[in-house]
Ligand binder design. Sequence first.
Ligand code: FES
Length: 207
Amino acid sequence: MSDALDYLLAVRKDAVASYFQFLKKSGKHLDEKTRSLLSVITKVDAKTEAGFKQYLMRALRAGNSADEILDALLVCMPTLGMSKIIWAVTIILQMDIPEFNPALIGKEKQWHKLAKVDDIAEGVSRFDYAGRACFVNKMGDGLQVFDSRCPHQVTHIPLLALADTTLTCPKHQWKFNIENGECIEKGNRPLNKIDYKIEGDTLYVYA
Ligand code: FES
């Protein structure tokens, strides 16, 4: 939410709360994927960069692929116009979101070999794979795998950002508990979990 909306919510709570209620109720017959795509389009139309970045990530989390997001932008060309679409794509490229990598566009998720389980140190390690990276938290026989990109604006979080069990994104200082991925300070979204499997003695991630 913008600083201006935060301010209005503080000084005109009833009026602004009604506005948010209206937004919520007006989309109740739409599924989450569709609603998030429409939000992306409204942010592009208004050219609000922070909102666009936020809703773009929400659209990906809701299950939209990069292809679906690009299609939504292009289908709305008659109303957005090419210059706003170029504005949006420029931001997407600056964000360096792996899903939008030309080599991955149109490709299905697949299993990627990460490491031999016995070679993974106890505690938190960071692994690179297929142009991306993830954190593996190994606790005895248990494992958790999280995307290394911040759920706020996809900043790549380095292993150096880990202190004890707290991972702090260097960009806007959202803090995460690496033991469960929950956001524990500043932000409101957890680290993205990555599906994994162990086959034989090897750990694979699905991305
Ligand atoms: S990108 Fe904003 S806190 Fe990580």
